[in-house]
Design a protein around this ligand. Sequence first.
Ligand code: CAO
Length: 464
Amino acid sequence: MSDPQNILIPDIGDFDNVDVIEVLVSPGDTVDVESPLITLESDKATMDVPSPIAGTVTEVRIAVGDQVSQGSLVAIVTTAESSPEDAPAAATAQQTEAEGGGNPKENERENEGEAERAAEPPTETGAQLPSDPDPPAPKAVDPTPPPAPRPPPSLPPVNESDSGPLPHASPAIRRFARELGADLSKINGSGTHGRILKEDVAQFIKSTLSQGGTSGQDGSGLPAIPEVDFSRWGSVATEPLSRIKKISGRHLQRAWLNVPHVTHHDEADITELEAFRKALKSERAYAQVRITLLGFVIKVLASAMKAFPTLNSSLSTDGKHLILKHYFHIGVAVDTKNGLVVPVLRDVDTKSILELTTELSALSARARDRKLKPDEMQGGCISISSLGGIGGIGFTPIVNAPEVAILGVSKAQMKPRWDGNAFAPRLMLPLDLSYDHRVIDGAEAARISAFIVSALEDSRRLLL
Ligand code: CAO
């Protein structure tokens, strides 16, 4: 027997008057248990409110822009034969997607895991509405209180700010996109504040298909690399990529495809600097501190950002404006066993080299222990990738977009250098400045590089 039931907003934690940002069903739609009905957005989180029962939506009592609290009526759903007791799972305001620091894709995965685990029996707490034999009065279904929106997971592995703006979409839309294989980061949202709607995903799929099947699997429009059965030539093993590699890989590919890269190569004579650093190490006052070459490089780069403001800028997404930053935060690539992470040293211009080396050593230790907090990987203006402790004579680092440059540092080597009269052995540090050619032209890059070289060759220049 059909049984109309009121679907109410469950306990959503300490939130009142939360905005409804999407209504995902219309009258006549059939819903299953757990089908998302609406999406709510507080200032901290986005969450779907799923149906606690299966049936047909008879009425939707909520519209986009409404504000709701626990107990607000969402919709009336008429069940076919079932009673709420038959419902296998409770409605929970699940798939809470923390924003402003957490990684949404990761949250989504975790929350889905949580949804799978949620198999509590439903609780009907709403009183039956005044009875009316024809039609039967809807019963209020107040689903089992869900867990309060969770804080973001402690460690998204990449510098989120460097990943560009995060796709703004509800968990239901994320699921929809994933089912269709659509990459949300490539879709422009037409909803409020650029939120990606179902129609946007559908349109994206349509236009990708209309490109005649030449698109890569990532929707980039590039021909896909054909799948190869490597086992035809010998034994192989398949291992999953680490979470960090998967996320940073997407980010690197996006930066590589979007930014017209040029790398300017140079080398600095750090013979005197290295002698100074070694001398400091033997002084008792600095015995407890690890003064690294990288500390000097970081400080010099901050000076270069001051001297060349374009180095400390980002291009607006429409490519028409340059956003010049008045703060000096530098990201340093740290190699961890799970992949690359980029913690950010803040306000480098105000800190001493000793402070910077101490801070970097603490940050890189925490990065390797996977203990960095999301905000410690955000807000970088430029990056340094130092492979100097490992080796190499040079490389072409990828700009960490939306930053406009990255400084690569390779291993310092003793080399013969002509001093005007004879060759003398000098310690030469290879530097590779990759830059976004839309923002920095070749001559400016050469000037920036020359500035960095001369400041490293004579660190008194840092005082200027
Ligand atoms: N030339 C010669 N020697 C160098 C050097 C250079 N350019 N840079 C560092 N060294 C030396 C250091 O001085 C140190 O020796 P001492 O102990 O005698 O001082 C030794 O190499 C080890 O240095 P380190 O690598 O432990 O420390 P660091 O401060 O130079 O670097 C960090 C810190 C976090 C940047 C580094 O450990 C790291 O992770 N590097 C890899 C970054 C990376 O993966 N980049 C690629 C990104 S793109 O995939």
